[in-house]
Design a protein around this ligand. Structure first.
Ligand SMILES: Nc1nc2c(ncn2[C@@H]2O[C@H](COP(=O)(O)OP(=O)(O)OP(=O)(O)O)[C@@H](O)[C@H]2O)c(=O)[nH]1
Ligand SMILES: [Mg+2]
Length: 361
């Protein structure tokens, strides 16, 4: 179903060109639209700049249901592979080798796979298990334990304001996540202001304004300006208006683009000048389809910024999902949220048990 929806509203690809540093222009404060401006009024714009299907509400599934639906392809494949393995073979070295291959093919990565297998081996020994069928549940439990390392929801503290900086590679879902996260925070009675810190792509702030309109929150933007200046202004504006939370968008950048990685550290420094706790949260948005490459993204962004949390997006597609286990083992930074679709309600707080269930059931 989600594949079908995605095809309906594809994003127009944008050519990325290096950002021109121009003097900060006058900050434009986009006012919240009056209530009567509804989906229809913004629909043409939304198609051009925000391919998201936010206006069509996703059916309210629980975390477990939604992520199960999302990871269904992975689960089917894993289930049939593990089913074959657990039913036919006896527990010997070949068994473990085959299990390792299956885990690797689900993006679990070498160190997390070896770790899970070692755990399994000691459980088998301790409990004298000879029937491979019993191992499936054990594996699910071991996976849950491993994922618990990165189960740590975001807490809003040191507000006035609490600044969330969204960073990541191009197209991972930063802007869409801002739209979804704003909704989630508003539902928790916070007031939110969005800073359009992606001054790189012409359509970026329009895309964000659509999300601002949907959530009825203010978006502070500035065309072709300096991202630090936009965010600085937004944080000060939030302070003056007693707004709890500022979510700052930033342009997508590759870990290999050193100048852009340097630029984002500058953005962080500038944010810190307006509030000595800020940014309290630096969320790296990772596309779950990236597989093991996610670890490299995490390393580079973490070294540059000190990432405080991860949002794993697009788990409703063909992603294999195992990379979350690789993160837990190799660089355990909390997975704050997961993205399970393009609609406004498609963001979930990460939960280790449900995630492991969705992978293995
Ligand atoms: N299926 C699915 N699509 C998503 C999800 N999150 C984002 N997308 C889609 O991914 C595409 C890119 O999303 P954006 O939010 O524009 O990504 P971005 O990181 O802001 O991109 P840049 O600003 O260009 O770096 C859009 O088509 C989104 O609708 C998700 O959880 N599931
Ligand atoms: Mg964006």
């Amino acid at each position: 179903m989600f594949e079908f929806l995605k095809k309906l509203v594809k994003k127009t690809p944008e050519k990325k060109t290096p950002e021109k540093k121009s003097p900060a222009k006058k900050i434009q404060v986009k006012k919240t639209l009056p209530k009567k401006i509804k989906a229809k009024a913004v629909a043409p714009k939304a198609k051009a700049v925000a391919p998201n299907t936010a206006e069509k509400k996703s059916t309210v599934f629980s975390f477990a249901e939604k992520i199960k639906a999302g990871l269904s392809k992975t689960r089917e494949k894993l289930s049939s592979q593990l089913g074959d393995l657990f039913h036919i073979n006896k527990i010997d070295e070949n068994f473990y080798e085959e299990l390792e291959m299956i885990l690797l093919s689900a993006d679990v990565g070498t160190s997390a796979s070896s770790f899970l297998i070692e755990k399994l081996k000691s459980s088998v020994k301790e409990n004298n298990i000879s029937d491979p069928k019993k191992l499936k549940n054990l594996l699910k439990l071991e996976m849950t334990e491993l994922l618990k390392i990165v189960e740590e929801p975001m807490t809003i503290k040191n507000t006035h304001p609490f600044v969330i900086m969204m960073v990541g590679v191009n197209g991972t879902g930063k802007t869409t996540t801002i739209g979804k996260l704003t909704k989630l925070l508003i539902d928790k009675k916070h007031n939110v202001l969005i800073a359009a810190g992606d001054t790189f792509r012409a359509a970026a702030s329009e895309q964000l304004e659509v999300w601002g309109d949907r959530n009825k929150v203010q978006v502070i933007s500035q065309t072709k300006g300096d991202p630090s200046a936009v965010i600085f202004d937004a944080v000060n504006s939030a302070k003056a208006k007693n707004i709890d939370i500022v979510i700052a968008d930033t342009a997508g950048r590759l870990p290999t683009q050193k100048n852009l990685i340097d630029e984002i550290t500058k953005i962080k420094r500038v944010i810190n000048k307006c509030h000595n706790h800020a940014p309290q949260e630096i969320l790296l948005v990772v596309d779950a389809n990236t597989g093991q490459n996610a670890i490299n993204q995490l390393k580079v962004f973490n070294e540059a910024l000190g990432v405080t949390g991860i949002v794993m997006t697009k788990l409703d597609g063909t992603a294999k999902g195992g990379v979350v286990a690789a993160i837990a083992k190799e660089l355990p930074i909390p997975i704050r949220f997961i993205g399970v679709g393009e609609a406004i309600d498609d963001l979930r707080v990460f939960n280790a048990k449900d995630y492991a269930e969705a992978m293995f059931e």
